[in-house]
Design a protein around this ligand. Sequence first.
Ligand SMILES: [Zn+2]
Length: 293
Amino acid sequence: MFTHPSALRLLTVHAHPDDESSKGAATLARYAAQGVDVMVATCTGGERGSVLNPALDRPGTRAELTRIRREEMAAAREILGVGQRFLGFTDSGLPGPGEPLPDGCFALLPPAVAAEPLITLIREFRPHVVVTYDETGGYPHPDHVMTHRVTVEAVEGAADPDRCPEAGEPWQVAKLYYHLALSRAWFQAMHDSMTARGVDSAMGEVLAGWPDAPPALATTTRIRCAEQFAVRDAALLAHATQIQPGTGFMAHPREIEREVWPTEDYHLARSLVETVLPESDLFAGLRPGEEHG
Ligand SMILES: [Zn+2]
């Protein structure tokens, strides 16, 4: 079913439908447009998500949320030009302080068990590059932290001939990256630029509650993808229950973003190939005929 055995392949692993469109979507669109095989693995169905668009927040929407989010995901993957699979786990929701996680949810599973569907997908799709969240999940949601654990477990497990021998031939992923989307530096640069141009910015509030500490992970890789911001936005808006047009991430002027921060940024966590940092390509060191050093 994967038609280009010689093509470069990129797999990105996300917790919920919409995460692929809010973190790294322009990168996916850019590589897909270049002929790279791009696959999104979505760990859960987003069943316990909220309806974040007041215009759609009706009892009927909530009752049908699982089906609606599958349809939204199908629309977004078409817009981005990528393949996508659900791994079949149940959304853990975002429990309040002291509240237990619901029985059977994704975040309560042992990572070794939860990694099995992803090991199968990795052996089938054979990605050269895998992208997911860092140890913190990038966002304090139990499914995002679990997605990190499961991805690391599956990248290791897929290469191990003793793991899941029924799941196909072992496959060694060459590079593993973590997203650095929506960093403090991004908010600061956007806020400063908007303020200097007399554009209203709601980002000052975000920045005020965010200590200006050095980032935990270095930016190793910047992908120029401003040309794909419009595709990213269209994919985000396809998740119509999850985003309110004109607010939050949709509020800032795109011409300012294209000028001030025309990249999506990553941290190279592991590499089995030689590469020179900083990189401008997730496949640096993997392209046929590429010279090293
Ligand atoms: Zn999420």
